[in-house]
Design a protein around this ligand. Structure first.
Ligand SMILES: O=P(O)(O)OC[C@H]1O[C@](O)(CO)[C@@H](O)[C@@H]1O
Length: 337
């Protein structure tokens, strides 16, 4: 059985030197660190903060002064008012992907048929560029980087066999680690199950996991997740205070693609301090990754919440397939009968 101490020292699958994405795509690495409490001498003195009320709620907006009342406002082409035209436009422009149960209604966006025609060459260029990206073209010339997001969803698309192997191995490692945490094989140093995840990261290193947690996590996930995604000291204190005694069974995940973002480091230092103040050690391990919601950065928090990440990837691959169209027209949309 994997133990926490072995994990903290050198778990082979999580060893930075064996990172999949680090050596795969470019030297710039995303670092994801895991930290665990080492003791449960919990004597927190932090108190919950009283939520403040937004001042905007106290000042009613004057809705009589909308843009519609401004003189000389140019008529926005493409915004139909007639109910029949609106319905036809809806029927023409509603996108539906039956397998995914996805609907996208762009009919209320104020573009005209002429605009769509004018943009056609640019659409075609975008489709071509996407095709090249999937094949491994350099998308970031400064850093000589390929963009492998599509391969994460379907590793057989990776342009080199070694990339495929590395992607598959990383996915296995994430699944294995998450399974062991969720099943309780990997425990806190006191032999308790982990109950909480605290994700520390900012901007792109927080938004994907936040979105997935909101959209896909079960109502009662095996581990609940919370985020420190800004530098607001009161907000950080609030997150830590809300953990209460469960700080002792919290798995901290620190995400940063550069590894040098001051805000993320501040968050990490604050969490470390909270551990220290409550008598908990903050032992670290880490692995280097590429930044993408569909890389370990997003997959690990998702798997720890009980989300079937292989299914999530399969769904994304189906959406990728749908996006490989080269047609932007009402003909490519499914009409409402
Ligand atoms: O992932 P890193 O390197 O910590 O960088 C985070 C920063 O990168 C961005 O995600 C994109 O530039 C910002 O929103 C954020 O401040």
């Amino acid at each position: 059985m994997a133990s926490l101490s072995s994990l903290c020292s050198s778990s082979p699958s999580l060893n930075p030197k064996q990172s999949i994405c680090k050596t795969t795509l470019n030297p710039s690495r995303l670092k994801t660190s895991l930290a665990y409490p080492a003791r449960t001498l919990l004597t927190t003195t932090r108190t919950l903060l009283t939520p403040t009320r937004s001042i905007a709620r106290d000042i009613p907006a004057d809705l009589s002064k909308t843009n519609d009342n401004l003189p000389n406002k140019p008529k926005q082409l493409g915004l139909e008012k007639d109910p029949n035209s609106l319905w036809n436009r809806y029927v023409d422009w509603l996108y539906q992907h039956k397998e995914l149960g996805l609907y996208l209604d762009v009919s209320r966006i104020g573009f005209t048929d002429e605009f769509v025609s004018e943009m056609e060459p640019r659409f075609q260029k975008a489709f071509k560029d996407m095709e090249e990206l999937e094949k491994g073209s350099i998308a970031n010339p400064d850093e000589g980087r390929m963009v492998g997001h599509y391969w994460l969803r379907n590793s057989s698309l990776a342009p080199k066999p070694i990339l495929k192997t590395q992607i598959d191995k990383a996915l296995d490692a994430v699944c294995d680690f998450a399974d062991q945490v969720v099943s309780g094989k990997i425990k806190t140093p006191d032999g308790e199950r982990f109950t909480q995840i605290l994700s520390v990261g900012i901007g792109g290193s927080a938004l994907g996991p936040q979105f997935v947690a909101e959209a896909l996590a079960p109502d009662n996930p095996p581990l609940k997740i919370r985020f420190i995604d800004n530098t607001d000291p009161a907000g950080i204190d609030h997150q830590i205070a809300q953990l209460g005694p469960e700080l002792a069974s919290t798995l901290v995940i620190v995400i940063s693609k550069s590894g040098g973002t001051p805000e993320t480091r501040n968050g990490l230092l604050e969490v470390q301090k909270a551990f220290r103040e409550t008598g908990l050690d903050f032992c670290k391990t880490g692995f280097d990754l590429r930044t993408s919601e569909m890389s370990a950065v997003g997959l690990l928090p998702a798997a720890l919440q009980g989300i079937d990440i292989r299914e999530m990837l399969a769904g994304a691959a189906v959406m990728d397939e749908a996006n490989r169209t080269t047609v932007v027209s009402i003909d490519s949309y499914i009409s409402i009968p």
